[in-house]
Design a binder for this molecule. Structure first.
Ligand code: CP
Length: 318
Protein backbone atom coordinates (compact mmCIF):
# COMPACT_ATOMS: atom_id res chain seq x y z
CA UNK A 1 0.00 0.00 0.00
CA UNK A 2 1.27 3.48 -0.73
CA UNK A 3 1.25 6.12 1.99
CA UNK A 4 -1.42 8.18 0.27
CA UNK A 5 -3.86 5.24 0.30
CA UNK A 6 -2.99 4.38 3.87
CA UNK A 7 -4.41 7.57 5.34
CA UNK A 8 -7.79 6.77 3.77
CA UNK A 9 -10.25 4.01 4.70
CA UNK A 10 -11.76 2.98 1.38
CA UNK A 11 -12.35 -0.77 1.73
CA UNK A 12 -11.04 -3.79 3.63
CA UNK A 13 -9.06 -5.06 0.62
CA UNK A 14 -6.51 -2.34 1.46
CA UNK A 15 -5.93 -3.79 4.94
CA UNK A 16 -3.93 -6.82 5.99
CA UNK A 17 -5.28 -9.33 8.50
CA UNK A 18 -3.03 -7.77 11.14
CA UNK A 19 -4.30 -4.26 10.38
CA UNK A 20 -7.90 -5.45 10.66
CA UNK A 21 -7.11 -7.11 14.00
CA UNK A 22 -5.45 -3.92 15.25
CA UNK A 23 -8.58 -1.89 14.45
CA UNK A 24 -10.77 -4.48 16.20
CA UNK A 25 -8.47 -4.35 19.24
CA UNK A 26 -8.60 -0.56 19.31
CA UNK A 27 -12.43 -0.69 19.11
CA UNK A 28 -12.46 -2.93 22.19
CA UNK A 29 -10.79 -0.13 24.18
CA UNK A 30 -13.36 2.37 22.88
CA UNK A 31 -16.24 0.03 23.71
CA UNK A 32 -15.11 0.18 27.36
CA UNK A 33 -15.09 3.97 27.23
CA UNK A 34 -18.61 3.98 25.80
CA UNK A 35 -19.88 2.10 28.88
CA UNK A 36 -18.76 4.95 31.17
CA UNK A 37 -20.98 7.78 32.42
CA UNK A 38 -18.34 10.28 31.32
CA UNK A 39 -17.39 9.32 27.76
CA UNK A 40 -15.64 12.42 26.46
CA UNK A 41 -12.02 11.97 25.30
CA UNK A 42 -9.54 14.41 23.79
CA UNK A 43 -7.59 12.15 21.41
CA UNK A 44 -8.87 14.05 18.36
CA UNK A 45 -9.14 17.50 19.96
CA UNK A 46 -8.50 20.18 17.34
CA UNK A 47 -9.43 17.92 14.41
CA UNK A 48 -12.29 18.76 12.06
CA UNK A 49 -14.34 15.87 10.72
CA UNK A 50 -16.91 16.33 7.95
CA UNK A 51 -19.68 13.88 7.11
CA UNK A 52 -20.64 14.35 3.44
CA UNK A 53 -23.70 12.23 2.73
CA UNK A 54 -25.33 12.05 -0.70
CA UNK A 55 -27.59 9.18 0.44
CA UNK A 56 -29.84 8.61 3.43
CA UNK A 57 -28.38 7.09 6.59
CA UNK A 58 -29.34 6.66 10.22
CA UNK A 59 -26.74 4.33 11.72
CA UNK A 60 -23.56 5.22 9.86
CA UNK A 61 -23.94 8.96 9.97
CA UNK A 62 -25.03 9.18 13.58
CA UNK A 63 -22.39 6.76 14.82
CA UNK A 64 -19.61 8.63 12.99
CA UNK A 65 -20.85 11.89 14.48
CA UNK A 66 -21.04 10.38 17.96
CA UNK A 67 -17.60 8.77 17.53
CA UNK A 68 -15.99 12.02 16.37
CA UNK A 69 -17.55 14.06 19.16
CA UNK A 70 -16.62 11.58 21.90
CA UNK A 71 -13.01 11.68 20.67
CA UNK A 72 -13.04 15.47 20.97
CA UNK A 73 -13.10 16.50 17.30
CA UNK A 74 -15.50 19.03 15.79
CA UNK A 75 -17.96 17.30 13.47
CA UNK A 76 -19.67 19.14 10.62
CA UNK A 77 -22.52 17.42 8.77
CA UNK A 78 -23.03 18.25 5.08
CA UNK A 79 -25.95 16.78 3.13
CA UNK A 80 -26.30 16.88 -0.63
CA UNK A 81 -29.72 18.42 -0.12
CA UNK A 82 -29.25 21.95 1.14
CA UNK A 83 -25.65 22.19 -0.15
CA UNK A 84 -24.39 23.60 -3.46
CA UNK A 85 -24.69 20.05 -4.88
CA UNK A 86 -28.32 21.07 -5.49
CA UNK A 87 -27.03 23.87 -7.76
CA UNK A 88 -25.08 21.36 -9.84
CA UNK A 89 -21.66 21.51 -8.16
CA UNK A 90 -19.60 18.45 -9.10
CA UNK A 91 -18.29 15.95 -6.56
CA UNK A 92 -14.70 17.04 -7.23
CA UNK A 93 -15.48 20.73 -6.80
CA UNK A 94 -17.46 20.05 -3.65
CA UNK A 95 -14.53 18.03 -2.31
CA UNK A 96 -12.01 20.75 -3.15
CA UNK A 97 -14.24 23.35 -1.48
CA UNK A 98 -14.40 21.28 1.69
CA UNK A 99 -10.65 20.61 1.74
CA UNK A 100 -9.93 24.33 1.26
CA UNK A 101 -11.46 24.83 4.72
CA UNK A 102 -8.60 22.78 6.22
CA UNK A 103 -10.66 19.85 7.43
CA UNK A 104 -8.88 16.70 8.57
CA UNK A 105 -11.28 13.89 7.64
CA UNK A 106 -14.15 13.65 5.15
CA UNK A 107 -16.54 10.74 5.61
CA UNK A 108 -18.46 10.24 2.39
CA UNK A 109 -21.52 8.20 1.43
CA UNK A 110 -22.39 8.33 -2.24
CA UNK A 111 -24.72 6.38 -4.58
CA UNK A 112 -21.93 5.93 -7.14
CA UNK A 113 -19.38 3.17 -6.64
CA UNK A 114 -15.91 4.71 -6.55
CA UNK A 115 -16.87 8.21 -5.39
CA UNK A 116 -14.66 8.04 -2.24
CA UNK A 117 -11.70 7.00 -4.43
CA UNK A 118 -12.15 10.17 -6.51
CA UNK A 119 -12.03 12.24 -3.33
CA UNK A 120 -8.96 10.38 -2.10
CA UNK A 121 -7.16 11.15 -5.38
CA UNK A 122 -8.10 14.83 -5.17
CA UNK A 123 -7.24 15.47 -1.53
CA UNK A 124 -3.71 16.63 -0.81
CA UNK A 125 -3.95 16.34 2.94
CA UNK A 126 -7.36 15.30 4.30
CA UNK A 127 -8.28 11.67 4.87
CA UNK A 128 -11.29 10.03 3.25
CA UNK A 129 -13.45 7.42 4.95
CA UNK A 130 -15.86 5.46 2.79
CA UNK A 131 -19.27 5.33 4.51
CA UNK A 132 -20.79 3.35 1.63
CA UNK A 133 -20.31 3.85 -2.14
CA UNK A 134 -22.97 2.49 -4.47
CA UNK A 135 -22.88 -1.29 -4.61
CA UNK A 136 -19.13 -1.36 -4.00
CA UNK A 137 -18.03 -1.14 -0.35
CA UNK A 138 -18.97 -0.28 3.23
CA UNK A 139 -15.78 -1.01 5.17
CA UNK A 140 -16.81 0.28 8.60
CA UNK A 141 -19.99 -1.84 8.47
CA UNK A 142 -17.85 -4.92 7.79
CA UNK A 143 -15.47 -4.02 10.62
CA UNK A 144 -18.33 -3.62 13.08
CA UNK A 145 -19.78 -6.93 11.88
CA UNK A 146 -16.45 -8.71 12.49
CA UNK A 147 -16.19 -7.02 15.89
CA UNK A 148 -19.72 -8.12 16.82
CA UNK A 149 -19.08 -11.73 15.79
CA UNK A 150 -15.88 -11.77 17.86
CA UNK A 151 -17.91 -10.73 20.93
CA UNK A 152 -19.52 -14.18 20.73
CA UNK A 153 -16.87 -16.56 19.38
CA UNK A 154 -13.17 -17.06 20.08
CA UNK A 155 -12.08 -16.84 16.46
CA UNK A 156 -13.49 -16.23 13.00
CA UNK A 157 -11.09 -18.84 11.54
CA UNK A 158 -13.17 -21.80 10.31
CA UNK A 159 -16.59 -20.28 11.06
CA UNK A 160 -19.32 -20.95 8.52
CA UNK A 161 -20.93 -17.61 7.68
CA UNK A 162 -23.98 -17.59 5.40
CA UNK A 163 -24.69 -14.25 3.69
CA UNK A 164 -28.24 -14.41 2.37
CA UNK A 165 -30.17 -12.10 0.08
CA UNK A 166 -29.45 -9.38 -2.45
CA UNK A 167 -25.71 -10.03 -2.68
CA UNK A 168 -24.95 -8.33 -6.00
CA UNK A 169 -26.33 -4.96 -4.91
CA UNK A 170 -24.81 -5.15 -1.43
CA UNK A 171 -21.74 -3.10 -0.54
CA UNK A 172 -22.04 -4.63 2.94
CA UNK A 173 -21.62 -8.13 1.49
CA UNK A 174 -18.58 -7.16 -0.60
CA UNK A 175 -16.70 -5.59 2.31
CA UNK A 176 -17.69 -8.42 4.64
CA UNK A 177 -16.41 -11.00 2.15
CA UNK A 178 -12.97 -9.33 2.19
CA UNK A 179 -12.90 -9.14 5.98
CA UNK A 180 -14.31 -12.59 6.71
CA UNK A 181 -11.99 -14.31 4.24
CA UNK A 182 -8.96 -12.48 5.55
CA UNK A 183 -9.84 -13.76 9.03
CA UNK A 184 -10.32 -17.32 7.70
CA UNK A 185 -14.11 -17.80 7.58
CA UNK A 186 -15.89 -20.17 5.23
CA UNK A 187 -18.38 -17.87 3.54
CA UNK A 188 -21.45 -19.05 1.65
CA UNK A 189 -23.37 -16.53 -0.45
CA UNK A 190 -27.03 -17.45 -0.99
CA UNK A 191 -30.01 -16.00 -2.82
CA UNK A 192 -31.80 -16.17 -6.15
CA UNK A 193 -29.26 -16.68 -8.95
CA UNK A 194 -30.16 -13.22 -10.29
CA UNK A 195 -28.98 -11.67 -7.02
CA UNK A 196 -25.71 -13.62 -6.78
CA UNK A 197 -22.42 -12.95 -8.58
CA UNK A 198 -21.85 -15.21 -11.59
CA UNK A 199 -18.71 -16.66 -10.02
CA UNK A 200 -16.99 -16.46 -6.65
CA UNK A 201 -15.05 -13.20 -6.54
CA UNK A 202 -11.41 -13.22 -5.42
CA UNK A 203 -11.42 -16.99 -4.71
CA UNK A 204 -7.86 -17.67 -5.94
CA UNK A 205 -6.52 -14.80 -3.87
CA UNK A 206 -8.04 -16.17 -0.67
CA UNK A 207 -7.49 -19.88 -1.29
CA UNK A 208 -5.26 -20.39 1.73
CA UNK A 209 -7.24 -18.27 4.18
CA UNK A 210 -10.94 -19.06 3.91
CA UNK A 211 -13.42 -20.33 1.39
CA UNK A 212 -16.19 -18.74 -0.63
CA UNK A 213 -19.14 -20.59 -2.18
CA UNK A 214 -22.28 -19.63 -4.05
CA UNK A 215 -25.55 -21.52 -3.55
CA UNK A 216 -29.16 -20.79 -4.40
CA UNK A 217 -30.62 -23.33 -1.95
CA UNK A 218 -31.24 -21.75 1.46
CA UNK A 219 -31.07 -25.02 3.41
CA UNK A 220 -27.63 -25.76 1.91
CA UNK A 221 -26.40 -22.31 2.89
CA UNK A 222 -27.79 -22.44 6.43
CA UNK A 223 -26.85 -26.07 7.17
CA UNK A 224 -24.66 -25.93 10.33
CA UNK A 225 -23.98 -22.21 9.84
CA UNK A 226 -22.39 -20.41 12.80
CA UNK A 227 -23.47 -16.96 11.65
CA UNK A 228 -26.26 -15.89 9.31
CA UNK A 229 -26.03 -12.42 7.78
CA UNK A 230 -29.26 -11.30 6.17
CA UNK A 231 -29.21 -8.60 3.51
CA UNK A 232 -31.91 -6.11 2.70
CA UNK A 233 -33.74 -6.42 -0.60
CA UNK A 234 -32.56 -3.12 -2.07
CA UNK A 235 -35.59 -1.87 -3.91
CA UNK A 236 -33.93 1.50 -4.53
CA UNK A 237 -31.39 -0.34 -6.70
CA UNK A 238 -34.15 -1.41 -9.10
CA UNK A 239 -34.97 -4.84 -7.79
CA UNK A 240 -37.94 -5.43 -10.05
CA UNK A 241 -36.90 -8.01 -12.63
CA UNK A 242 -34.43 -9.71 -10.26
CA UNK A 243 -37.02 -11.73 -8.31
CA UNK A 244 -40.24 -13.31 -9.61
CA UNK A 245 -42.27 -11.82 -6.75
CA UNK A 246 -41.85 -10.76 -3.15
CA UNK A 247 -44.02 -13.69 -2.09
CA UNK A 248 -41.73 -16.20 -3.82
CA UNK A 249 -38.64 -14.56 -2.33
CA UNK A 250 -40.14 -14.87 1.16
CA UNK A 251 -41.07 -18.53 0.60
CA UNK A 252 -37.59 -19.51 -0.61
CA UNK A 253 -35.09 -17.20 1.04
CA UNK A 254 -36.60 -15.55 4.11
CA UNK A 255 -34.64 -16.08 7.33
CA UNK A 256 -37.30 -17.19 9.79
CA UNK A 257 -37.72 -19.60 12.69
CA UNK A 258 -38.46 -22.51 10.31
CA UNK A 259 -35.40 -22.07 8.07
CA UNK A 260 -33.14 -21.40 11.06
CA UNK A 261 -34.72 -24.12 13.23
CA UNK A 262 -34.18 -26.93 10.72
CA UNK A 263 -30.60 -25.95 9.82
CA UNK A 264 -28.77 -23.92 12.45
CA UNK A 265 -30.79 -23.23 15.61
CA UNK A 266 -27.71 -21.96 17.44
CA UNK A 267 -26.52 -19.58 14.71
CA UNK A 268 -25.99 -15.90 15.45
CA UNK A 269 -28.29 -13.72 13.36
CA UNK A 270 -27.09 -10.46 11.85
CA UNK A 271 -28.50 -7.73 9.61
CA UNK A 272 -26.73 -4.45 8.74
CA UNK A 273 -30.03 -2.55 8.73
CA UNK A 274 -32.25 -0.99 7.77
CA UNK A 275 -34.40 -4.14 7.73
CA UNK A 276 -37.49 -4.98 5.73
CA UNK A 277 -38.99 -7.04 8.56
CA UNK A 278 -41.29 -9.71 7.17
CA UNK A 279 -39.43 -9.78 3.81
CA UNK A 280 -35.81 -10.93 4.11
CA UNK A 281 -36.12 -11.68 7.85
CA UNK A 282 -39.05 -12.48 10.11
CA UNK A 283 -39.73 -10.31 13.12
CA UNK A 284 -39.38 -13.26 15.52
CA UNK A 285 -35.84 -14.02 14.32
CA UNK A 286 -34.82 -10.35 14.08
CA UNK A 287 -35.89 -9.84 17.69
CA UNK A 288 -35.05 -13.34 18.92
CA UNK A 289 -32.47 -14.46 21.48
CA UNK A 290 -29.73 -15.13 18.89
CA UNK A 291 -30.12 -11.80 17.14
CA UNK A 292 -27.05 -9.52 17.22
CA UNK A 293 -28.73 -6.73 15.27
CA UNK A 294 -28.88 -4.21 18.13
CA UNK A 295 -25.31 -5.08 19.14
CA UNK A 296 -24.19 -4.35 15.59
CA UNK A 297 -25.61 -0.84 15.90
CA UNK A 298 -24.05 -0.33 19.33
CA UNK A 299 -20.64 -1.56 18.15
CA UNK A 300 -20.73 0.83 15.19
CA UNK A 301 -19.71 3.71 17.45
CA UNK A 302 -16.63 1.95 18.88
CA UNK A 303 -15.50 0.81 15.43
CA UNK A 304 -15.89 4.29 13.97
CA UNK A 305 -13.91 5.75 16.89
CA UNK A 306 -11.13 3.27 16.07
CA UNK A 307 -11.20 4.12 12.35
CA UNK A 308 -11.22 7.88 12.94
CA UNK A 309 -8.28 7.59 15.35
CA UNK A 310 -6.40 5.35 12.93
CA UNK A 311 -6.70 7.62 9.86
CA UNK A 312 -5.79 10.68 11.94
CA UNK A 313 -2.75 8.92 13.42
CA UNK A 314 -1.57 7.75 10.00
CA UNK A 315 -2.04 11.28 8.64
CA UNK A 316 0.04 12.68 11.52
CA UNK A 317 2.75 10.08 10.92
CA UNK A 318 2.06 8.29 14.23
N1 CP B 1 -26.08 -0.23 7.78
C1 CP B 1 -26.14 1.04 7.36
O1 CP B 1 -25.28 1.53 6.61
O2 CP B 1 -27.20 1.75 7.84
P1 CP B 1 -27.56 3.25 7.48
O3 CP B 1 -27.96 3.29 6.03
O4 CP B 1 -28.69 3.64 8.42
O5 CP B 1 -26.33 4.09 7.71
Amino acid sequence: MDNNRNRHMLDLDQLSKVQIEELLGSALKYKDILQRDMKKQDELRGKIVVTLFYEASTRTRMSFEEAGKILGSDVINVSASGSSVEKGESLVNTAKTIEAMNVDVVIIRHPHSGAPYILAEQFESASVINAGDGTHAHPTQALLDLFTILDHVDSIQGLKVAIVGDVIHSRVARSNIHGLLKLGANVVLCGPSTLLPKSTPWSEYYESQGSLDLVTDLDEALNKADVVMTLRLQNERQLSGYIPSEREYIAKWQINSESIGRNCPDAWIMHPGPMNEGIEISESVAKGPKSLIQEQVENGVAIRMAVLKSVCDIRSGI
